[in-house]
Write a new protein. Structure first.
Length: 455
């Protein structure tokens, strides 16, 4: 634990927090661990995470408590999986089923810690996961009655499916997304909004879902961050050469846009001006491989399949561009990881990724029909192949932005500032939306940096 911890006493709730998993459990773990290092905190999680947390070095009973809610969680997870329409699909249905488990989990947390909360043992209660804004909190009104502020978040999700891509929505078995707004009718939804002291909101789309009264209690902080141990800073690189090197990392499903990237990049790959490393697997892989054979570009686009997470950083650290035209990405943590390794991102200007990428650190392709995305992406790639010089300063700016503003430690500092305000009062903290660019650190960045910009 850090020797500079705050004396604030915080009860951290992260039903999903696992250092050996990915997605939400890894986000929950990394944020909780950073807060444990900076405050006098205690983590409460679910029993399924116990062994992994012990292997990570935390002490049960002193640093964390594992709550056994499997009697409820296991059958609901099984039900949710049966409603998804296939592996890796129907995330809205799975989230809806799992949301019911959080009622039971928080009830058991209160049975264990309620007396200590009422006795004033904790200055703040912070629910980190679930990340979905659709899951109410049964503890929020109990904490308010006890006089202890409860912080919820980061919450993220709810970006509508963009127009013109309803076919992908059906392919993803996102049938429940058509009636997603019904979550506002769940027991406890309105009470949670009224009694929680504050909310961390991970995106502008999520903020837009909330009522004006709730927005007054919201603070902007993207859900994802960078773990420097998993993504150590890459060695300095020279000027981009020929071919320009790019990478794509993600599940191979239609909405991630790899097929659009292949179509846009095909002429440049065939000409030997661009290569692409593809890290990931999924149901779309046979189609992509067939496209590569048809376009005769298989030698320039390397399909590496699933790789160990520890291999992702070195790949990103060796490429010039992170090409990621996903059309519906909530958090976009992989975009931050690419930036932290010096890979300049190209993303579609929709949902989470463009809130992480500024004009100084990457490129945004306008959202539109599939044909316009492909056309704009090809034009951007052609421009960079013709003149890769802007990538030199953008690489450095992206690396600095990701590491200095989005490390889990930096995000924890921001959250601790909010804890202090909730517990002790004073001036309300201000978290910009989106987080501004950094000021230039050196003359070499000046041409592409816009100090204080809020692109």
């Amino acid at each position: 634990m850090s020797e500079t911890r705050s004396d604030l006493k915080v009860l951290l709730l992260a039903e999903a927090a696992n250092p050996e998993w990915v997605s939400v459990p890894l986000v929950g773990w990394l944020q909780a661990k950073a807060l444990l290092d900076k405050t006098n905190a205690h983590l409460v999680t679910q029993i399924r995470n116990r062994d992994a947390i012990l292997r990570a070095g935390l002490r049960e009973g002193q640093d964390f408590t594992a709550i056994d809610s499997e009697r409820i969680a296991a059958p609901l997870y099984k039900l949710g999986k049966s409603l998804t329409g296939g592996e890796g699909k129907g995330w809205t249905a799975l989230t809806a089923a799992m949301s019911l488990t959080y009622y039971a989990h928080e009830y058991l947390v209160w049975k264990t810690f309620g007396d200590r909360i009422r006795a004033g043992e904790y200055d703040v209660v912070h629910r980190i996961t679930p990340l979905t804004p659709t899951a109410p909190s049964v503890m929020a009104p109990w904490c308010k009655k006890a006089g202890v502020p409860m912080l919820i978040g980061p919450l993220n999700g709810g970006a509508p499916w963009p127009k013109g891509f309803d076919n992908l929505r059906r392919q993803e078995s996102e049938w429940l997304s058509y009636v997603r707004g019904g979550y506002r009718l769940l027991p406890g939804h309105q009470t949670t909004r009224k009694t929680a002291a504050a909310f961390l909101i991970g995106s502008r789309h999520t903020l837009a879902q909330e009522s004006p009264a709730t927005r007054a209690k919201c603070f902007y902080l993207p859900e994802n961050g960078i773990d420097p141990e998993r993504f150590p800073e890459p060695p300095p690189r020279g000027e981009p050469g020929r071919p320009l090197k790019a990478a794509f990392v993600g599940r191979l499903v239609p909405y991630k846009g790899l097929d659009m990237l292949v179509e846009a990049a095909a002429p440049l790959v065939k000409d030997g001006a661009l290569t692409i490393e593809v890290l990931g697997d999924g149901p779309q892989r046979p189609q992509i491989e067939a496209d590569l054979r048809r376009l005769e570009i298989g030698s320039g686009i390397r399909m590496r399949g699933w790789v160990d997470p520890r291999e992702v950083g070195p790949v990103l650290g060796a490429v010039d561009l992170f090409t990621f035209p996903s059309i519906r990405e909530f958090g976009g943590g992989v975009v931050l990881e690419a930036m932290a390794m010096g890979a300049v991102p190209i993303v579609v200007d929709y949902a989470g990724p463009p809130e992480l990428v500024s004009l100084a650190t990457g490129f945004k392709i306008p959202m539109g029909p599939r044909t316009s995305i492909v056309s704009a992406l090809r034009a951007q790639l052609e421009a960079l192949v013709a003149n890769p010089q802007p990538l030199i300063s953008m690489r450095e700016a992206a690396l600095r932005r990701a590491r200095e503003q989005f490390s889990w430690s930096a995000k924890a500092d921001t959250i601790v500032e909010l804890y202090r305000w909730l517990a002790k009062g004073g001036d309300r903290p201000h978290f910009p939306n989106p987080i501004p660019d950094l000021a230039p650190a050196a003359p070499s960045l000046g041409a592409n940096m816009n100090a204080g910009a809020t692109q």
